[in-house]
Design a protein around this ligand. Structure first.
Ligand SMILES: [Zn+2]
Ligand SMILES: [Zn+2]
Length: 280
């Protein structure tokens, strides 16, 4: 079965994130290691780490994904920001590895003043300084607006140029894809997307899908997640996307809005219904 899950909260404790995933009958889940808008990252006690890893195994949750915090900017024009970012990146990736994460997903930022060559050098250098990892691999996520990661051709070009042994592929976010100009509710655009992946990358490099509908319009470059089926992508768009057979096994993780505990249930149900319909 195709793994489906949600981004869960570590607010109470990191162990709670697993409980949340389990209660929602998820096969996979994603977390932040700490509040994503601050630089401070806490240490986890060894005992908690062991409990966490054991619980993941007991509940067959795979893959376990960590999302990078938002402040990390490896291509800032401010060298101070780059230094703090490299430090936090290394801490987060090593911590993810220690917790047994399969993937660490990061959006690279954008910098219009910097040449692509310099951008790639900076990112590659930061990734290669992390050191050896046991299991965790970094994935580069597509973004709604960026000269290096919004178009699929650019995303794969970036991947090729920053590729170190710590990086294993890309994550495709459906909301970002739509906002970047790919109207996946249109079958013709789906064919164009498939061609672009084939021509510039490889379907095998798509390791994860972030499943979000889009509040903003196609090509707007605005990243606003919406509940599945209630945004501009709509049920039809997700049906089209799930029909792409080359990625029909790739794990799906929701990052849809959460105002009430019911929201995850509603979104998971919507996705399960679409998948079931396509199976029959
Ligand atoms: Zn995402
Ligand atoms: Zn987003």
């Amino acid at each position: 079965m195709r793994p489906l899950g949600v981004h869960t909260s570590i607010k109470e404790s990191i162990l709670n994130a697993i409980e949340e995933a389990k209660n929602l009958q998820c096969e996979t889940f994603q977390i932040f290691l700490h509040s994503p808008r601050i630089w401070k990252i806490p240490e986890f006690e060894e005992e908690i780490i062991e409990k966490f890893k054991k619980k993941i195994q007991e509940n067959n949750l795979s893959p376990f994904v960590v999302h990078a915090s938002y402040l990390i900017n490896l291509i800032s024009s401010n060298p101070k920001t780059i230094n703090s970012s490299k430090y936090l990146l290394k801490r987060e990736v090593l911590m993810s590895d220690l917790l047994g994460a399969d993937y660490y997903v990061i959006h690279l930022k954008d910098n219009r003043e910097m040449q692509n060559e310099e951008i790639f050098d900076k990112v590659r250098e930061a990734f290669s300084k992390i050191g050896k990892l046991q299991k965790c691999k970094i994935l580069i996520e597509n973004t709604a607006k960026s000269k290096i990661t919004a178009r699929i051709s650019d995303l794969f070009d970036t991947f090729k140029n920053i590729n170190t042994e710590n990086v294993s592929g890309v994550c495709i976010d459906t909301c970002h894809l739509f906002a970047a100009g790919y109207d996946i509710s249109n079958e013709k655009v789906i064919s164009e997307f498939i061609e672009e992946v084939k021509n510039f990358g490889d379907f095998n490099l798509i390791k994860l899908i972030h499943l979000n509908d889009s509040k903003a319009s196609v090509g707007s470059g605005i990243d606003r997640h919406e509940h599945i089926g209630r945004g501009n992508i709509g049920i039809k768009g997700f049906e089209n996307f799930f029909k792409i057979k080359e990625i029909s096994h790739v794990p799906l993780i929701l990052e849809t809005p959460k105002k009430s505990p019911q929201d995850d249930i509603k979104n998971l149900t919507a996705v399960r219904e679409i998948l079931k319909k396509l199976e029959s």
